[in-house]
Design a protein. Sequence first.
Length: 151
Amino acid sequence: MSDTPASDILPLRRGGFLLRAVAALVDIGVIWGFAWLISALLGISFLAATPEELANTTILHVLVSMTLFVAWIYFAAMESSAMQATLGKAFMGLYVTDLHGTRVTFLRASARHWTKFLSTVIFFIGYLMAIIPPRRQALHDMLAGCLVLKR
């Protein structure tokens, strides 16, 4: 037997780009479902809106605003919960932590969510940064001080 004590610390396994991409597609489906539900409650057809409905910018703005709000609450609440993952991330065996491997706060998860827009507007390069080792962080992960790990 060895004289060194056994360590109960497991190495952190980073969530790979492809796992994260599939998780994102699942989450987009969830948000799409919420948007469809909101549009149904507003009385407009989400997928087959007429030009007259789309010309009514008030309804369109309400739909977009409510969808953005629901997406923010969904991502921030799920990632800061005990599950530490959205439905897509949980499906792929991923979870979100801070840089020390602990659960993120709602504020940090919110920062991570809103900085995804920056990752998007620079032609998705912010997302592609998650391919680069060793931390495999996307731009929004770096800005929010987060890691996406594999269970």
